[in-house]
Design a protein around this ligand. Structure first.
Ligand SMILES: CC/C=C\C/C=C\C/C=C\C/C=C\C/C=C\C/C=C/C(=O)SCCNC(=O)CCNC(=O)[C@H](O)C(C)(C)COP(=O)(O)OP(=O)(O)OC[C@H]1O[C@@H](n2cnc3c(N)ncnc32)[C@H](O)[C@@H]1OP(=O)(O)O
Ligand SMILES: Cc1cc2nc3c(=O)[nH]c(=O)nc-3n(C[C@H](O)[C@H](O)[C@H](O)COP(=O)(O)OP(=O)(O)OC[C@H]3O[C@@H](n4cnc5c(N)ncnc54)[C@H](O)[C@@H]3O)c2cc1C
Length: 536
């Protein structure tokens, strides 16, 4: 009945909430969170408290001035026992006056790199009392007398984060479509330089280096949208099983959600930055929207689980899978390839050949990590220290695993969908799959040389395949970004508007600046003139 109490009020916006988990002192290590929720059986209430400055919640979006409730993650104490972190839904502001309630300290954390509209806040409690039913009791419960009833699966506490990580993959597909649309449309409008003296300045989109910078962002948007859809379907299936009490597939979902969130956010941030830089000085204008878009995508590398920490979570799963598979036990579908002990096949410069190659790289890296950890432990190093000393390789293994998942999913889903598409559209989408696959083979050629039978001539041929694909995709590039069908109001960009009037829009935006309100700015009279007259 907690959902009956809270959900309708949240849906009709009586409750504006945020997720208050991170504290000044802890973001990654959840078991180290310091906010306490101590049960008082005499009043059937929890007493929320921030015992130290580092216990203050810090970062939750909307917390500073928007939210009047929040989900607070706190260490649950009852009958003198700390039962670990649990979620509580807590009203923090008066619903009429919006004033902070007594015992609640809340405010803004200050300027950030971007996300300026999110009013991220801080929150401290001074022995703030909330009724027992504030504890979200879907998984664990505290009875009226303070008896703690543990969850059938402690990891369910972390479930919210899996959900958001799954959503973030699709978010990155969207952000890349915005960046690619702005940069490719601008590159079609912008003419620059004279490689051929007797011809007009060409579109910068005709420079192959410009195509190299931008087409991967376009292809990645489709790859992440397709992968995000697959991941969402997986999430729904796992969640359904969880509802019926079966948690067997949760570890695989957690592992694949971690590495996909980490890799897609890192790629999106770096590719949006490449989109910005490919637009020269105008890409550095706020009015282009590209700097803001970079700020949004790079934040995703940190929030909802810092990327390195998440890649190490996946590595933990890959190492456990290797150890399990080595004992002949079955592995989850996404990790089953780790046990492919067949001889390394002759390299093939095909999509299937490259996908198989990335699986070889991932399996080889995982095996190397396991060997290094085992060797260190045999030499007397603790497992934790052996893990830390191997962690750079563990992150790389996770990234290779994630890339293998994206490559395979992108290829399979486009091949499956192609049958229902017109031949021209199917051809263009296959070109994007091909470009994405060959791009990453070239980006990770060192790994392929280490773990597969790829030879120098294969690499040369892949480079030529890649350059041929840039040429094939070029004629459809503007059509492909137009197909994202992003309205000018959404793009919010002087460079990406559909009408291509970039110079007029840049000037229109400049003239809106208050600094252009008068021909001589007051700074002249206050500072420049006195300085020039030696009076400052
Ligand atoms: C409601 C929303 C509605 C709509 C949303 C729509 C769109 C949203 C899309 C995008 C959002 C856009 C903008 C939002 C902007 C900002 C929001 C940001 C919010 C936040 O940042 S919230 C805070 C996020 N914080 C974290 O992610 C913390 C990361 N840290 C951890 O997860 C844990 O500390 C960590 C790293 C896992 C370590 O914890 P611990 O030490 O306890 O674990 P172990 O490593 O020892 O592992 C124990 C065991 O548990 C398994 N496990 C760990 N985590 C999970 C999990 N999440 N699910 C399942 N299982 C998990 C782990 O595998 C181990 O298992 P094993 O022992 O190996 O069997
Ligand atoms: C824009 C934005 C919005 C946010 N919104 C919210 C929100 O709404 N609600 C909320 O609760 N939080 C929110 N956060 C906070 C976010 O979840 C945390 O910043 C994130 O979990 C990282 O934790 P941290 O900042 O404490 O960094 P730390 O965990 O201190 O990480 C710092 C460095 O230490 C490294 N490190 C940490 N642990 C390990 C390890 N075990 N192994 C190896 N390296 C490690 C990390 O890789 C990283 O390089 C938001 C953050 C941002 C930037």
């Amino acid at each position: 009945e907690q959902q009956e109490k809270w959900v309708p009020r949240a849906v009709n916006m009586e409750i504006i909430g945020t997720y208050a988990q991170t504290e000044l002192g802890h973001g990654t290590f959840l078991r180290g969170l310091e906010t306490t929720a101590t049960y008082d059986p005499n009043t059937e209430e929890f007493v929320l408290n921030s015992p130290t400055l580092t216990a203050y919640k810090w970062w939750p979006g909307g917390l500073a001035h928007t939210a009047n409730h929040c989900v607070v993650v706190a260490q649950l104490h009852s009958k003198g026992v700390n039962h670990g972190v649990h979620p509580f839904i807590v009203q923090i502001r008066d619903e009429d006056t919006h004033m902070p309630l007594p015992g609640v300290k809340v405010g803004e954390i200050g300027p950030k790199l971007s996300f300026s509209t999110a009013n991220n806040g801080f929150l401290g409690f001074d022995n703030f009392r909330v009724p027992r039913d504030s504890m979200l009791m879907k998984n664990a419960q505290v009875l009226k007398d303070g008896t703690y009833v543990k969850s059938r699966l402690s990891k369910l506490t972390y479930g919210t984060m899996v959900f958001i990580r799954v959503m973030i993959v699709t978010d990155m597909a969207y952000y890349l479509s915005v960046g690619a649309t702005i940069a490719i449309r601008y590159s079609a409008v912008r003419h620059q330089s004279k490689p051929k003296e007797n011809e007009p300045e060409p579109q910068i989109l005709d420079y192959v280096t410009q195509q190299h910078k931008l087409f991967i962002a376009l292809a990645s948007s489709h790859a992440f949208r397709v992968t995000g859809q697959w991941l969402w379907t997986t999430f729904v299936r796992v969640n359904k099983a969880l509802t019926s009490g079966n948690a067997d597939t949760l570890p695989e979902l957690h592992a694949v959600a971690c590495c996909l969130k980490a890799v897609t956010t890192r790629d999106a941030a770096s590719m949006v930055e490449a989109c910005r830089m490919s637009c020269g000085g105008h890409g550095y204008m706020t009015s282009s929207y590209l700097p803001i878009l970079y700020g949004i995508t790079t934040a995703a590398c940190t929030y909802e689980g810092e990327n390195t920490v998440l890649l190490l979570q996946t590595a933990r799963s890959l190492v456990k899978a290797w150890q399990k598979g080595s004992k002949g036990k079955p592995l989850s579908p996404t990790e089953a390839y780790l046990m492919d002990k067949s001889p390394v096949p002759k390299w093939e410069n095909t999509l299937d050949g490259i996908i198989a190659g990335f699986r070889r790289v991932s399996a080889g890296k995982v095996q190397d990590c396991v060997s290094k950890i085992d060797k260190l432990v045999k030499m007397g190093t603790s497992y934790e220290d052996a893990w830390n000393q191997t962690s750079v390789r563990l992150v790389a293994a996770s990234e290779a695993h994630s890339r293998a998942v994206i490559l395979a999913t992108f290829r399979a889903e486009v091949s499956r969908a192609a049958a229902a598409l017109s031949p021209p559209l199917a051809r263009v989408l296959h070109q994007l799959v091909h470009l994405y696959t060959v791009y990453w083979a070239l980006e990770r050629v060192g790994d392929l040389l280490l773990y597969t039978s790829i030879a120098e001539r294969d690499v040369q041929e892949l480079q030529q395949q890649y350059e041929d694909l840039l040429q094939k995709i070029r004629p459809n590039t503007v059509g492909l970004v137009d197909a994202f069908d992003l309205r000018d109001e959404i793009l919010n960009s002087t460079l990406g508007a559909y009408d291509g009037r970039v110079y007029e829009r840049l000037m229109e935006e400049a003239l809106k600046s208050p600094l252009n309100a008068e021909p001589v700015n007051q700074s002249f009279h206050k500072y420049l003139k006195p300085f020039m007259q030696g009076k400052l």
